[in-house]
Design a protein around this ligand. Structure first.
Ligand SMILES: C[S@@+](CC[C@H](N)C(=O)[O-])C[C@H]1O[C@@H](n2cnc3c(N)ncnc32)[C@H](O)[C@@H]1O
Length: 173
C-alpha cells in the first residue's frame, strides 16, 4: 500500500495547481456560450463525472447564497452566478481559484473566491449559505467528518447540501 504524504493538503494543492497547467478536465473553465445560456436560466452542471444534476434539486437561485465547496476550476461557480446566485468558491488550489476569477472577469460576474481547507470553514459565520455545492472532492481529505460538521454550521436551516462521491472502486488498480 502507498504511504500517505505527510501534509495531505499541501500535496493536493501542488497537484491541483499542476493539473491546471495540464488542462485537466476538472480545471477547464466554461466558455462564454455556457454563461450566456445560464443567464437565461438554462444550465447543466455536474457533481459527478457523467450525470447532470437534476434541475429540480436546485432551490430558486435568484439571490441564493451559494458556497461552491472545493469546487474551483471556473466551472460550477460561474454558471451558478450567471443563473442569479451570489457565489463564493472555496478551494485549496490558488490556480483553480484563478480560473473562477478569470471567468468572472471575462463575463462580468461577481464571485468571491477563498483559498482554504474544506474541513475548516471558520472564515464564514454560521448560517451564511442557502446552498452548498460540493462536487467529488471529499476524497482529498483524510477525514470527511469535519467537512460535514462545517457544512452544517455554515448552512442556513432548511438549506441544501448537494454533494458528489467517488465510489472507492475507482482506486482499485
Ligand atoms: C475534482 S476537483 C473539483 C472541482 C471541479 N470544478 C469539479 O467539477 O469537480 C477537486 C477540487 O478539490 C480541491 N481540494 C482538494 N483538497 C481540498 C481541501 N482540503 N480543501 C478545499 N479544496 C480542496 C482541489 O483543489 C480541486 O479544485
Amino acid at each position: 500500500m502507498n504511504e500517505q504524504p505527510e501534509n495531505i493538503r499541501k500535496y493536493n494543492q501542488v497537484m491541483w495547481d499542476a493539473l491546471v497547467d495540464l488542462n485537466d478536465r476538472w480545471t477547464v473553465p466554461v466558455g462564454a456560450e455556457v454563461i450566456a445560456r445560464a443567464r437565461r436560466g438554462e444550465f447543466s452542471i455536474v457533481l459527478t463525472p457523467a450525470k447532470p444534476v437534476p434541475g429540480e434539486w436546485f432551490p430558486n437561485l435568484q439571490g441564493c447564497e451559494v458556497l461552491c465547496l472545493a469546487s474551483g476550476g471556473g466551472q460550477q461557480g460561474p454558471v451558478l452566478a450567471a443563473a442569479g446566485a451570489k457565489v463564493t468558491v472555496l478551494d485549496n488550489s490558488p490556480k483553480q481559484l484563478e480560473q473562477d476569477r478569470r471567468v468572472a472577469e471575462r463575463e462580468q460576474l461577481e464571485i468571491t473566491t477563498v483559498e482554504g481547507d474544506m474541513a475548516d470553514l471558520s472564515v464564514f459565520e454560521e448560517a451564511s449559505f442557502d446552498l452548498i455545492f460540493h462536487p467529488c472532492s471529499n476524497s482529498f481529505v483524510p477525514d470527511v467528518r469535519p467537512v460535514w460538521r462545517e457544512a452544517h454550521r455554515v448552512l442556513r436551516t432548511g438549506g441544501d447540501l448537494l454533494s458528489g462521491f467517488c465510489n472507492p472502486i475507482i482506486y482499485i488498480g
